[in-house]
Write a protein that binds this ligand. Structure first.
Ligand code: FAD
Length: 423
């Protein structure tokens, strides 16, 4: 016998809690269940600071039970199947939940097996990631004695696209303070063609790269980690014969070996990376996911209204949704009110749907201890900076005030306003 609820929410992360809290504020009579197996909830944006030793991991963690909004039921279970034709969710415990309306936001999956050799060394052997264990990143930085430090990211979509480079800027400053920078090569090796897609942030970042003397390698896709020999193998995916397009501040990295015309093996003394990521497997297998095309696997919603393109009683937001913008908590903050309004319109059958989300996302680009730019942009890749903040500071330049916002202001806002449905 299935359990029935008016609204089912999959995932009690940033998106799930925010939507549940906003719905309850709009109408305290709504019958909402939120399904999530995790007993802890994390403020992931601060993991960058944890990795650099300037924020405590414990401060990023709260008991899930304390965050579920009053009046919302929490089932501590994992969804294993979504059956939208019968409005049914199958849970790991064997229970079925049926719903009138569904909000799907189970986040993004970390695919440790997505690169040969990675699973064996990740979070040990000087291979670290703020995505999986930021405390280990800090350990690696503290133990580093000089040599080659490489920072990389996969060719898949990832959450917070800026995080792989933020930790590099912090590491650079930390190594300088330790007197290690003269005997260290720092290289940012990316499958992409640029350091950041949106101007004027890109230009500022390139100035910082030059000031810090960082090497950039473009069109380099990590394909193998040779843990025992501490080597990372990259495929050069384009412009093999055109150094202008491949390198910026090119260095002679010691021990670098060309394995073929387009494969290079680079020894490292430490490596930070974002592991490959994808939509959770149970989403990929379901009918609410795009079945083909570049968005295959991600939840198929209208990018402006967040309503499902085939199932009008289904909505999605956050990292699991097929939205052509950066996957961030900041994006969720702008998506949630649009989704909530549209869900209520569908419930009230008033025929209105507002296409009110235009791809806003933001990336707080920490560029050192006490320095940050705040990149805000939309679906068109245009700058979309908050007019109130922009009146006082130029967020495209490094600012101490933005660092204070990142370290103190945004976490306060997250726990006390956003997750309470107030921001
Ligand atoms: C290192 C790092 C730095 C970041 N920096 C920033 C930043 O500076 N600014 C910013 O805005 N964002 C940043 N982010 C990204 C931000 O944390 C995410 O974009 C945001 O949390 C997405 O919200 P979500 O609800 O979609 O997913 P999440 O918050 O990840 O929540 C997903 C939830 O779904 C649950 N779930 C998973 N599978 C199931 C299942 N089968 N059944 C039920 N529940 C399930 C999980 O347990 C989890 O609670 C960063 C992330 C990382 C890792």
């Amino acid at each position: 016998m299935a359990i029935h609820h008016q609204i089912a929410i999959i995932g009690a992360g940033t998106a799930g809690i925010t939507v549940a809290a906003q719905l309850r504020r709009k109408d305290s009579a709504l019958d909402i269940v939120i399904i999530d197996p995790a007993d802890k909830h994390y403020y992931q944006p601060a993991w960058t600071l944890v990795g650099a030793g300037t924020y405590k991991m414990e401060a990023t963690e709260r008991d899930m039970a304390d965050l579920i909004p009053d009046g919302v039921k929490w089932m501590q279970d994992a969804v294993t199947e979504i059956l939208p034709d019968t409005n049914t969710l199958k849970l790991q415990s064997g229970e079925d939940v049926t719903y009138d309306y569904l909000v799907a936001c189970p986040g993004i999956q970390i695919d440790r097996d997505g690169i040969e050799g990675l699973a064996e060394v990740l979070d040990k052997n000087e291979v670290c990631s703020n995505y999986t264990d930021p405390e280990y990143t800090w350990e690696v930085l503290q133990n580093f004695k000089g040599g080659t430090a490489i920072f990389t990211q996969p060719a898949t979509a990832i959450k917070c696209g800026g995080a792989p480079q933020k930790i590099m800027y912090l590491a650079d400053e930390y190594f300088r303070r330790q007197g290690l920078r003269d005997k260290t090569h720092i290289s940012f090796i990316t499958p992409g063609s640029v350091i950041f897609g949106v101007e004027p942030f890109k230009s500022t970042l390139m100035e910082i790269v030059d000031r810090k003397d960082l090497e950039l390698r473009f069109f380099h896709k990590l394909i193998r980690v040779d843990g025992p020999n501490k080597r990372a193998v990259f495929e050069i995916t384009n412009h093999v014969d055109d150094p202008e397009k491949l390198y910026h501040n090119r260095k002679d990295l010691p021990g670098l070996e060309m394995l073929s015309d387009n494969t290079v093996s680079i020894p490292y003394d430490m490596m930070h990376l974002a592991p490959p990521q994808s939509a959770p497997d149970f989403v990929k297998r379901s009918k609410i996911a795009h079945q083909d095309g570049p968005s295959k696997g991600w939840i198929d919603v209208n990018p402006y209204s967040l309503q499902h393109n085939q199932y009008p009683n289904v909505f999605a937001l956050g990292d699991a949704a097929a939205l052509p913008t950066a996957k961030t908590g900041a994006a969720v903050r702008k998506q949630a009110p649009v989704l909530v309004e549209n869900l209520l319109h569908v419930m009230h059958k008033d025929g209105q749907i507002e296409e009110g989300y235009h791809g806003y996302s933001s990336c707080p680009l920490v560029t050192g201890y006490g320095k940050m730019l705040l990149a805000e942009f939309n679906y068109d890749g245009e700058r979309d900076s908050d007019p109130a903040i922009s009146r006082f500071v130029d967020t495209s330049k490094e600012q101490w005030s933005m660092w204070i916002l990142k370290k103190y202001g945004l976490p306060f806002m997250y726990w006390n306003l956003m997750l309470k449905g107030r921001a």
